[in-house]
Write a protein that binds this ligand. Structure first.
Ligand code: PMT
Length: 316
């Protein structure tokens, strides 16, 4: 059995940088609200579950944060202000194009006596320049706010704080919940303070279900926002039924359903009315196209419909 979300907040302290992040959120949202912008909260990457308070070991998951980082770039292109709430050290928008040694491979060094200069190789300029231009434009417009989490508890606190400031946007806000949130955790009172020692043999660790935050998020915190959740499965035969069940249970608008193995090439955008498959062709995959481009276009289109419906006084 999972405890309630209220109990989770009551038993887990906020992260140490919480108040700083809350101020950043408030400043960012006030500014974009005044300017009448659309706004999206993109969550990205996986949460950890610490096995010790002074954490040496933790339970983690596969998520690299590619979905959230790439989607952020496309939401910016569509004119949205973006709160990019991501797992510390997971992929980030723009920088994701140059992860690993890719950036270093684009540079060359010139020694002139005591002076050294570094330049971008001529054949890399056409790769770097458009990404750099988009990055600098987003910074200059103050259109993106980065917030980082590590544990599932950090994620909970940040998500609720973001919802508190997004509520005033009403139907103009999108929540795009692509983070892979831990489904299980070790209750705080069962987490040892120090590193688990080997002398007493292999530990038996009992995990408990994490409460689903989608429930209070949709019904209480941002009832007018356009909420998009994600559903990841490894068994295709249950993917769509689980996505439909989530829509039924939480009463939000869209579930983007994906399979672990094919998540960069195929997703299904599931609404109450229809299941829309988005698939990249083999050529598109080889050309390096992001599936997030058509996913975000479709979400932006559906969000437009939601705004019209709500603006016209339509119900959920
Ligand atoms: O990061 P990448 O490597 O690019 O991979 C992208 C992705 C596969 C992680 C992404 O596309 C994805 O599917 N993310 C959601 C995966 C997931 O955790 O699904 P879920 O069934 O556990 O959760 C379903 C929804 O409930 C999620 O939108 C989640 O935000 C929400 N949730 C989950 C747990 C929790 N305690 N509360 C929640 O509200």
């Amino acid at each position: 059995m999972s405890g309630s979300w209220e109990e989770f907040f009551a038993t887990h302290l906020p992260p140490t940088d919480f108040e700083d992040n809350r101020s950043l959120l408030k400043e960012f949202c006030d500014r974009h609200h005044q300017q009448g912008h659309k706004i999206v909260l993109v969550t990205s990457g996986g949460t950890t579950v610490p096995l010790e308070h002074n954490t040496v070991r933790f339970v983690d998951n596969f998520s690299a944060g590619r979905r959230g980082a790439a989607s952020t770039e496309y939401f910016l292109e569509h004119g949205y202000a973006v709160i990019f709430m991501h797992r510390q050290k997971s992929l980030e928008p723009f920088a994701r194009h140059f992860s690993g040694p890719k950036l270093l491979d684009m540079l060359e060094m010139h020694e002139h006596g005591n002076n050294t200069t570094i330049t971008v190789k001529q054949d890399s300029v056409f790769v770097l320049a458009p990404v750099l231009a988009r990055y600098q434009a987003a910074l200059a417009a103050g259109a993106i706010l980065h917030l980082a989490f590590t544990t599932v508890s950090d994620y909970f606190w940040l998500l609720r704080a973001a919802c508190e400031v997004l509520a005033k946007f009403g139907p103009r806000a999108v929540l795009y919940l692509a983070a892979a949130v831990s489904d299980f955790y070790v209750p705080k009172d069962r987490v040892p303070t120090h590193k688990i020692q080997t002398e007493s043999g292999a530990p038996v660790i009992q995990l408990q279900l994490v409460p689903k935050l989608l429930a209070p998020l949709v019904s209480l915190w941002v009832p007018n926002a356009f909420v998009v959740s994600f559903k990841l499965e490894t068994d295709e035969s249950i993917l769509i039924s689980k996505a439909k069940a989530a829509l039924e249970k939480y009463k939000h608008k869209v579930v983007v359903a994906n399979m672990l193995q094919t998540r960069t090439q195929r997703v299904v955008v599931v609404t109450r009315e229809l299941n829309q498959e988005i698939v990249l062709t083999r050529e598109e995959v080889h050309a390096g196209m992001d599936i997030e481009a058509p996913i975000v276009s479709e979400i932006v289109r559906l969000h437009g419909e939601h705004e019209t419906e709500r603006g016209a006084g339509g119900g959920r």
